[in-house]
Design a protein. Structure first.
Length: 66
């Protein structure tokens, strides 16, 4: 399965937010953000926290291919 968080990076750019600001607003760890940056698996809890910051759904911040 291939995961891509390109939608998340585009959303950050559109809202002029840095990764650090997302970390602080969502309460996720820097390690989780690093995994997102490498398109690696993260817990659903992490994605939910990010979605709460952006008021969006999980499929608004990621794509996956089987």
């Amino acid at each position: 399965m291939k995961i891509s968080y390109d939608k998340l990076w585009k959303m950050l750019e559109e809202r002029n937010m840095s990764k650090t600001e997302v970390i602080k607003a969502s309460g996720i760890s820097t390690n989780a953000m690093a995994k997102l940056g490498k398109n690696q698996d993260v817990r659903v809890e992490i994605l939910i926290k990010i979605c709460a910051v952006f008021d969006c759904k999980i499929d608004d911040i990621m794509d996956y291919e089987v």
